[in-house]
Design a protein around this ligand. Structure first.
Ligand code: B1M
Length: 235
């Protein structure tokens, strides 16, 4: 087995076990060896988290295990972030991103943010557990053409509609394109609640944001592409 393959496997195992220092060291070694950051992310870190979810569903893992695995993954992501998000160019446009009220999951949103930044967008990240009032305030302050809401729990999905309603109440709905996403969200659900669009993953998020910019008359697609082929079969 090559050292690269060993690194991929060890990254998977240590993320699963929640060993942040090992994940950090292995990611550093992978980068130093010239491994593709997209490969490290989609070939090791993400599959580990998917396995964490499966173990949680089976009752083999509980919240503390989920949490330490997430922290371990974030130790790797922190190192990959600057490599995935190319900067230095004039931002294409601002995108306000957030996880809805009641929801503490942020890894998926953060990944979308990284790829959006990599594609040249300027991301204003409001964080997690964000109330509708804060969404309204951020749209007033930043005047973004695009806002993205993430919901990762079936119980927090209704907050997507609550945010859309809050924007409409404040007369801001027509000033922004609203994208929704997160594991339980679907195209059908997005249409049902009246969002402008849905993206199943981070690459699709970038594609949709670019399409909207082009429709709005911005010069979309430059500078920088989303990291090339950020995982086969992922949008
Ligand atoms: Co939670 N959790 N969790 N959790 N957690 C899930 C989501 C769950 C599916 C696990 C399971 O049962 N298999 C389940 C939800 C079930 C459901 O609602 N149907 C669940 C549960 C139940 C819970 C708690 C309720 C557990 C409890 O307390 N009993 C609790 C809720 C806390 C809360 O939010 N109020 C909880 C807590 C946690 C932790 C805090 C421990 C931790 C989160 C840490 C963190 O995010 N900082 C955690 C984790 C790590 C998970 C799993 C294991 C991994 C989530 C993740 O990061 N995935 C998850 C199981 C799983 O997903 N396999 C699970 C990787 C990420 C890259 O993918 O999030 O899908 P994803 O993001 C994708 C797309 O969805 C899309 O692009 C991303 C990148 O490709 N996308 C968008 C995301 N946002 C988008 C926005 C867009 C467009 C696309 O436009 C704006």
């Amino acid at each position: 087995m090559s050292r690269e393959e060993e690194i991929r496997r060890a990254l998977f195992e240590h993320t699963l076990a929640g060993h942040a220092p090992e994940v950090k060291a292995l990611t550093e070694e992978g980068i130093a060896r010239g491994m593709d950051p997209v490969d490290l992310l989609f070939g090791a870190l993400m599959p580990a988290l998917e396995e964490v979810g499966r173990r949680f569903e089976r009752g083999d893992y509980f919240v503390p295990e989920m949490l330490v695995s997430a922290k371990a993954m974030q130790a790797g992501m922190a190192l990959l972030r600057p490599l995935l998000a190319r900067t230095g160019a004039k931002p294409l446009a601002t995108v306000v991103m957030l996880t809805v009220r009641g929801d503490l999951h942020d890894i998926g949103k953060n990944l979308c943010n990284i790829l959006l930044e990599g594609a040249g967008f300027s991301v204003v990240d409001l964080g997690t557990n964000v109330p509708a009032e804060a969404v309204v305030a951020a749209v007033r302050q930043h005047r973004p053409p695009i806002v993205g809401f993430s919901a990762f729990l079936t119980t927090t999905m209704p907050m997507l509609k609550a945010n859309l309603d809050a924007l409409a109440r404040e007369g801001l709905r027509d000033t922004v394109k609203v994208m929704v996403g997160g594991a339980p969200v679907t195209q059908e659900y997005a249409e049902k609640i009246g969002a402008d669009g849905y993206a199943p993953d981070a690459n699709a998020t970038v594609r949709l944001a670019r399409r909207w910019l082009a429709e709005l008359g911005h010069e979309a697609g430059r500078p920088g592409e989303a990291p090339a082929a950020a995982a086969p079969g992922r949008g």
